[in-house]
Write a protein that binds this ligand. Structure first.
Ligand SMILES: [Mg+2]
Length: 383
């Protein structure tokens, strides 16, 4: 039952690097995990190397105790790199133990509340020409919850972002979109924390009530006080929390009513151990989970088991812009498959994912850096 090895595979998969981690034990059991700090995979790999030094030889069944030891075993507590590494190891330990017991992971989390995981999709056309038709085609495919990206006037420089120009165009098109699809579909937007408080307030208040059912990340999340200020200026529900790396980061957002959906990222928050605590805390405040899931099949599978076990669940992010997208079946011989607009909760042992290590060894990490956006005046702004 002792941990014998922890292996990391960072593979470029066409859009981003996937950080896949394997924990092995001396009884032959193994499990897969994934870390979600996209663009900083080498730092997370370094953190895993530190943990590996002392995790080898430890009892693989003591998931909660190992989480505590990883988190508390250092003077400089917390941080996104540490939590991403803990997340991958924690997810892998859940997969490993569930496989060993011959049960699905959700069985370790209290059993399942649902048989299917409802998903939301992101329109492949940003606010602008063609968005109404694009969302209407998603609706005709059965999607009931649709999120849009950010609109911006066309520029020669793809790294240019001007918030006020984006707000004007985006809000106009969202009004047209709501008129075009009617009241029933759930419509949201991910503003990818590109705005200030004043800009976000202008955006939210430039549309009639009922245009949007949620706005995701209008501003950055370092300051709950800034969100408190924005919360008082608009009544559009917020969907916040995909960058958060602990229950303590979530605490003010839950307790002060600053978010109405929890965008928990199981590959960054600290794995199942931490995500279930955030879920319970959210349940007490009538906040539903809307997990962030832009990564690979291990992340999707982990979100499915989290969504099965948590009673308070809204929708899982389905990878966009290609609904039904599958990762290479050679690299992931077993992976979650979307059925219509939801995932069926699997009943096999573990997460329900297999990864081809031999093939992964032939694939390489590719350096990738998120876009560095600039304003017209030359200053930097958020991606
Ligand atoms: Mg987002």
């Amino acid at each position: 039952m002792k941990i014998t090895d922890i292996k990391v595979y960072i593979v470029w998969e066409g859009r981003r690097n996937l950080f896949v981690l394997k924990v092995e034990a001396d009884d032959g059991a193994y499990g897969w995990g994934e870390a979600g700090l996209s663009g900083r995979e080498l730092a997370v790999e370094g953190m895993v190397k530190h943990f590996r030094e002392w995790l080898i030889g430890r009892d693989s069944r003591k998931i909660s105790a190992l989480w505590q030891e990883m988190y508390r075993g250092q003077y400089f507590e917390g941080g996104r790199v540490i939590s991403a590494a803990i997340s991958a190891i924690d997810i892998a330990l859940h997969d490993l133990n569930a496989r060993r017991l011959g049960v699905p992971v959700y069985q370790l989390l209290g059993g399942k509340n649902r048989d299917f995981i409802p998903c939301f999709v992101t329109s492949s056309v940003p606010p602008g020409d063609g968005i109404v038709e694009n969302v209407q085609s998603l609706i005709s495919d059965g999607w009931k919850v649709i999120r849009t990206g950010i609109g911006h006037p066309k520029e020669e420089d793809p790294m240019l972002f001007e918030p006020r120009e984006s707000i004007a165009l985006t809000s106009d098109w969202l009004v047209k979109l709501r008129e075009g699809v009617g009241r029933e579909p759930v419509l949201g937007i991910d503003y990818h924390h590109r705005l200030s408080v004043a800009e976000a307030a202008s955006f939210c208040n430039s549309m009639p009530r009922g245009t949007l059912d949620f706005i995701e990340e209008p501003i950055r999340d370092e300051s709950p006080e800034a969100y408190e200020s924005l919360r008082s200026m608009t009544d559009i529900p917020f969907a916040i929390g995909e960058e958060m790396a602990s229950k303590w980061q979530y605490m003010p957002y839950i307790e002060r009513g600053l978010t109405q959906f929890a965008r928990v990222d199981i590959c960054n928050i600290g794995g199942f151990t931490e995500a279930m605590k955030v879920a319970g805390w959210c349940e007490a405040h009538y906040i539903d989970l809307m997990p962030h899931n832009p990564l690979g099949p291990v992340s999707t599978a982990a979100c499915i088991h989290l969504g099965a076990a948590a009673p308070n669940f809204a929708w899982l992010e389905e990878r966009s812009p290609e609904p039904g997208f599958h990762f290479s079946p050679d690299l992931f011989p077993q992976q979650p498959r979307l059925e219509g607009v939801w995932h069926r909760v699997p009943d096999g042992p573990g997460l329900g994912v297999e990864f081809n290590e031999e093939l992964a060894l032939k694939q390489t990490f590719e350096f990738w850096e998120a876009p560095h956006f600039r304003r017209r005046d030359g200053s930097h702004t958020n991606w």
